[in-house]
Design a protein around this ligand. Structure first.
Ligand SMILES: [Mg+2]
Length: 224
């Protein structure tokens, strides 16, 4: 039996220290000369393409500017990440090592980041190599569809279908919990990012953790 463990990135694997937000805001400043396009708008749990479209709408820009803004964002991101300290959240490396040691487990990503953005963030701490499947914000704007896409990809790798109940989706926002539900996966919430423990508890995920540390307790709970 194969199991698939899927991770969100921001606030789940890496610390939410505002680098992504700053990099997108910087892209709008360089392209439109505006500074406060995103005032009052939360980025947590949204896909990069959605955030950029929202910014274009707020700036009264043109839809054709999307790719230019996206590329400016990714250039800013690469620069910011290069000078930042380690981005890893507590327990993450041990959890990934623990999962990678299990021959029945495939690791994957389900994230609102576009592929290049995800790669920039994960390479910082060298954890990009753990993930064999990935569904990104550039693949679909619907996070639930991303869970299904990752499951299909894992089935191709393992040459056998994966039962939805053998899929675990780990994330830090309401959107991750609903995406897990949409894919009939096990929903695991961690309060290390965009939502408080109380907000996440109200969604009744299958498991809820303050952090992934200690990794042994986390792993025992999600893959009994
Ligand atoms: Mg997140």
């Amino acid at each position: 039996m194969r199991r698939l463990v899927l991770f969100d990135i921001d606030g789940t694997l890496i610390r939410p220290i505002g680098i992504g937000r700053r990099s997108i805001e910087g892209a709008f400043t360089s392209v439109y000369g505006t500074n406060d396009v995103f005032a009052g708008y939360g980025f947590h749990g949204r896909t990069d393409p959605d955030i950029i479209d929202e910014g274009i709408r707020r700036a009264n820009g043109r839809a054709e500017d999307h790719d230019r803004l996206l590329n400016a964002y990714l250039d800013n991101l690469a620069r910011e990440v290069a000078v930042a300290p380690s981005l890893l959240l507590p327990g993450v490396r041990d959890v990934l090592d623990g999962l990678a040691a299990r021959p029945d487990v495939i690791l994957g990503l389900v994230t609102g980041n576009v592929r290049r953005g995800a790669d920039i963030k994960l390479r910082k701490d060298g954890i990009h190599e753990y993930f064999r499947v990935g569904a990104y914000g550039c693949d679909s704007r619907h996070r639930g569809e991303l869970v299904l896409k990752a499951r299909d990809e894992a089935a191709r790798i393992g040459h056998a279908p994966i039962d939805p109940r053998d899929v675990v989706m780990i994330g830090d926002t309401e959107n991750d919990v609903s995406a897990a539900r949409y894919g009939r996966a096990v929903a695991v919430a961690v309060a290390t990012g965009g939502c408080t423990r109380e907000t996440l508890a109200a969604l009744d995920p299958d498991h809820l953790f303050e952090t992934m540390d200690p990794a042994s307790a986390f792993l025992e709970a999600i893959l009994p």
